[in-house]
Design a protein around this ligand. Structure first.
Ligand code: CS2
Ligand code: MG
Length: 402
């Protein structure tokens, strides 16, 4: 069997997605997600110009060799554009391998290690009273874990709080919207929110919070310590993570568990964080960290150091990514949690899939392959629309991490 064709499809059913479809000379097809929020066309071009021509004629069964060919063989390594492109090829080849074997991909990865994949949803609202209602909605839907984000008094917008409660989407303008930030206001606002949520929902609901890279290590240490009474499952991206050793300082001060990794691309971005046990959950994703082949390598490495998985699953990761993540989640020994932001109906129609949510768990597809496809006729109805993530500034207009 040989790869006969590979198509890059860019579509915007509510938001932009880049999908790679690989077709073999025997008619088997596989899909991979290559979406990089706000930078979609860079990956589409990398795939079209540099990857697709090299794929034609290759044996689709040689997944590891193809991965190494695209990574080592390119000479230029790592980075979100390269790794998202490699990820798309890798996902599509696992999809084909599953279809050829007649098995869902998780069976090829070692089989089931648990009954279902525990997911967390996003409760967000401007005020504490409103967010309590939102948390209640998730609990009523069966969720066992909820991320809680509220507005910060004195700031007009805050990360994670959107107009539409269920389908929050930050990439909303062709040229980045500018938003504002105050660490002082934020640090004062967050602990009372979690005091109310714990009080209302009791000790068993798993609670999470995303700082979105905005604090320094000592500020993060203070926040982590002030949240200890509310026993969070994790505090996410408390600081920018380019400086891995910065986490040592946070660790010295707080027992609040830490989760990091949605912007990482390779095992080298988190090697020290994991081996020095500076984090508790590694949140790298299938699409941005080189596909199932590389993400499994990261999670295996993490399993040696008591670090569990917590794959990123925002709406800018397409249903192809989510489908792929679930096969890994269900099979690895050190699964932690899977993020699950629901896709819009338009997105779900463009990407027919058979994974399903039930009682707080997602269940991977049982059909051969990944169990997801891209309906190209539906995709063609939604042309690409430029959309960038916001840019963040302090009150004095200094640029700050968004
Ligand atoms: C977020 C994301 O899901 C998360 O935890 O941090 O929503 C992130 O902002 C987007 O994926 C950026 O594209
Ligand atoms: Mg996040």
């Amino acid at each position: 069997m040989r790869i006969a064709e590979a198509r890059v499809i860019v579509t915007c059913p509510g938001r932009n997605f880049v999908t790679l479809k690989i077709i073999t000379d025997e008619g088997a097809t596989g899909v991979g997600d290559a979406t990089l929020n706000g930078r979609e066309l860079a990956v589409a071009s990398y795939l079209r110009e540099h990857v697709v021509p090299a794929l034609l004629g290759r044996d689709p069964a040689m997944i590891e060799d193809t991965w190494q060919y695209l990574y080592q063989g390119a000479y230029w390594r790592r980075g979100p554009v390269t790794m998202s492109a490699i990820a798309a090829v890798d996902m599509a080849l696992w999809d084909i391998k599953g279809k050829v074997a007649g098995l869902p991909v998780y069976q090829l990865l070692g089989g089931r290690s648990r009954a279902g994949v525990t997911v967390y949803g996003h409760a967000n609202a401007e005020t504490v009273d409103e967010v309590l209602v939102e948390v209640g909605r998730y609990v009523d839907m069966g969720y066992r874990a909820v991320r809680v984000q509220t507005g910060v008094p004195g700031l007009t917008t805050t990360y994670g709080v959107g107009g539409d409660r269920m389908f929050y989407e930050p990439a909303d303008a062709a040229i980045a919207t500018e938003v504002e930030w105050s660490t002082e206001r934020y640090l004062a606002a967050v602990p009372p929110v979690f005091a109310r949520v714990r009080d209302e929902f009791g000790p068993h609901l798993r609670l999470l919070h995303d700082v979105h890279h905005r604090l320094t290590p000592i500020e993060a240490a203070r926040l982590g310590r002030s949240l200890e009474p509310y026993a969070l499952t994790w505090l996410e991206d408390p600081v920018r993570a380019e400086l891995q050793e910065g986490f040592r300082l946070i660790r010295q001060h707080t027992t609040t568990p830490l989760a990091v990794g949605e912007v990482f691309n390779t095992i080298w971005d988190c090697q020290r964080l994991i081996s020095e046990q500076l984090i508790d959950y590694i949140r790298t994703s299938v699409v941005h960290a080189g596909g199932l082949t590389h993400l499994r390598r990261i999670f295996d490495f993490a399993s040696l150091y008591h670090v569990r998985s917590g794959s990123h699953g925002a709406t800018d990761l397409s249903p192809v990514s989510l489908a792929a993540a679930l096969h890994l989640d269900i099979s690895i020994p050190n699964f932690g949690l899977q993020e699950y932001m629901r896709h819009t109906r338009a997105t779900d129609t463009a990407f027919p899939h058979t994974y399903r949510f039930e009682a707080g768990y997602l269940h991977p597809a049982e059909e051969p392959g990944l169990g997801v496809d891209l309906d190209e006729q539906v995709a063609a109805q939604y042309p690409y629309q430029p959309a960038a993530l916001p840019v963040n500034r302090l009150e004095d207009r200094t640029i700050h991490s968004w």
